[in-house]
Write a protein of this length. Structure first.
Length: 202
């Protein structure tokens, strides 16, 4: 992550911590753990799936709750001094599992083209995976496309206006992510060649 990107990330965390501070204090007082919040946030998406075919506004509310809980778990972890690697792994797992569930559900109920949705999720996860590898290898990315929140916002736009731009957005972001993935693959490959990296055979 670049210096600018790191500063933005830290600023975002500080803003969320301040926003969730009153609720975080209550949850920490009652012994609620970040992992419990993460898992509950994932389970909330059951409501998103259940109501998407009958009540779009209620379905969207469950999605918003999921997103709020996704921000709350980190705030609770930092307040309780429990922000460890294991918690970050759980948070990442829940985050991207949730994204897959949302896109899959939108495809299931034909709000997006299922094949386009699958392509988008595949490319997004590949991009994130490569960004993690680049971080470990200290290869600074110039920019990161965090498009899933725009997709969620466009779903909200659909709910209130009946105008569906989701397929257009998925197509555009899939195109934008493709060169980013190729560049990351090349940079990682070059770094591994330079450092003569070898995978040990256990």
């Amino acid at each position: 992550m670049s210096v600018t990107g790191l500063k933005q990330y830290e600023a975002t965390k500080a803003w969320r911590d301040k926003l969730f501070c009153p609720l975080s204090r209550i949850l920490v007082k009652f012994g609620v753990t970040p992992n419990q919040i993460s898992i509950f946030g994932l389970l909330v998406l059951i409501g998103f799936i259940y109501y998407i075919d009958t009540n779009l506004k209620l379905s969207m509310m469950f999605l918003i709750i999921h997103l709020l809980l996704d921000g709350l778990d980190g705030a609770v972890a930092r307040l309780s001094k429990n922000d460890c690697t294991a918690g970050e792994i759980m948070d990442t797992f829940v985050d991207y599992t949730g994204m897959f569930i949302v896109i899959w559900t939108l495809g299931l109920y034909t709000y997006v083209d299922p094949n386009l949705g699958l392509l988008y999720v595949f490319l997004y996860l590949m991009m994130v995976g490569l960004m993690i590898v680049r971080y470990l290898l200290k290869i600074k990315p110039k920019f990161v496309i965090r498009s899933k929140y725009i997709i969620y916002a466009l779903f909200a736009w659909l709910v209130f206006t009946s105008q569906n731009y989701l397929n257009d957005a998925l197509f555009i972001f899939s195109i934008l992510m493709t060169p980013a993935i190729i560049i990351s693959l090349l940079k990682v490959n070059n770094r591994l060649k330079i450092e003569n990296f070898k995978i040990k055979d256990y």
